[in-house]
Ligand binder design. Structure first.
Ligand SMILES: NC(=O)CC[C@H](N)C(=O)O
Length: 354
């Protein structure tokens, strides 16, 4: 069946539905450039309510297995590809891409001219789009939901044992962040994003991790005083949305990039190691460099492609924040040392540059 992707810029792209479209779906349209990793991308909560376009022309060729999930379910509003493979060739394959998305009632649009579509997004910037079976666009409404609430855990959960006790504040965490901590011997308590600081104190954490998550960080502005209290008190590692929240909590500012960074090969300069790392990324917003002037942070990481801020360290306190994803999945593992550095910091109670 034919369906149409109407962009807020006025352009329409058509494709064939590989899963049913019960009612029209709308969301912010973004693109991911990695050649592999679609299973992790679909289940990364940071993509909540977004329509994802895969630029690699063949998606689904290793199917969906039971291992490589970043959370319990897919979060994208819809997936758009050029060609979706019906067969998966991974040794652990359980479903085809279409079977998996059909199970979760998520539309998969195939045979779309993804090169032309991505050029349009690059020109116009990330925008709202609507997927419908009608060739005529409806009036588009701006996304007003609050996606962090939809993906954050509702109750505390504990994983791993022994080791330092890390509280992971869940704005929509990826399983690989939890695994990166547990595999390094931590006990991790995952808490809802709006847990009161006193309730976190009661858990007696040795360190805090602020997770990734969907949406505009400013939607969480009511939480900033609580976040500031917490990060000033405990050794902290903040990832992606978490990093943006650290900046906002200190009175710096964020802005939206034209079409964001999504992919598995973003080069980032680490000013401490004096090296370029290849990183996995998925974000629309960035911390404005100018807004960090006069703030107690040094910019440690810089994106080589566009010079944007990719991470900061507090000058005095053990707070480290990164815009990219050190846990990778999908993507290169160059920056796994960030977790080691954080845990050395936790052990010492003061910052360590490994
Ligand atoms: N991966 C993330 O945490 C994304 C952060 C935020 N939602 C952004 O798009 O910038």
């Amino acid at each position: 069946m034919k369906a149409y992707l109407h962009l807020a810029s006025g352009k329409t792209f058509s494709g064939k539905l590989a899963t049913p479209l019960e009612k029209k779906v709308s969301g912010e349209i973004v693109f991911f450039t990695g050649m592999t990793g679609y299973q992790e991308v679909l289940t990364d909560p940071s993509y909540k309510n977004q329509i994802i376009v895969f630029t690699y022309p063949l998606i689904g060729n290793y199917g969906i297995n039971d291992e490589d999930f970043e959370s319990k379910r897919p979060h994208v509003a819809a997936a758009v590809v050029y060609e979706a493979s019906n067969e998966g060739f991974h040794y652990g394959v359980k479903y085809s891409l279409a079977e998996y998305l059909r199970h979760w009632n998520i539309p998969l649009l195939t045979h779309v001219d993804t090169r032309a579509l991505v050029k349009e997004i690059r020109m116009e910037g990330t925008m709202m789009a609507e997927l419908s079976s009608s060739p005529i666009p409806a009036v588009m409404d701006e996304e007003t939901t609050f996606p962090v609430c939809a993906v954050s855990t509702k109750k505390m959960e504990t994983y791993g044992q022994g080791g330092p006790h890390i509280v992971l504040i869940d704005f929509g965490y990826k399983k690989s962040i939890l695994q990166s901590l547990v595999s390094r011997g931590c006990q991790v308590t995952v808490v809802p994003h709006d847990t009161a600081p006193e309730a976190i104190d009661a858990l007696k954490p040795d360190g805090l991790v602020l997770s990734n998550g969907p949406g505009d960080p400013k939607q969480l502005s009511v939480r900033l005083p609580a976040i500031r209290q917490l990060i000033d008190r405990y050794p902290t590692l903040a990832i992606c949305l978490g990093h943006q929240l650290v900046a906002l909590a200190y009175g710096a500012n964020t802005e939206k990039l034209r079409f964001g960074h999504r992919g598995a090969n973003q080069p980032v300069w680490d000013a401490v190691k004096q090296k370029v790392m290849i990183t996995s990324q998925n974000h629309s917003y960035v911390v404005k460099e100018k807004s960090l002037e006069g703030k107690p942070f040094a910019i440690r990481f810089i994106n080589i492609n566009d010079g944007s801020v990719e991470g900061m360290i507090h000058r005095d306190k053990p707070i480290l924040s990164v815009q990219y994803h050190p846990e990778a999945h999908p993507g290169p593992q160059d920056t796994g040392y960030i977790f080691d550095e954080f845990l050395q910091t936790v052990a010492k109670g003061e910052k360590v540059y490994a």
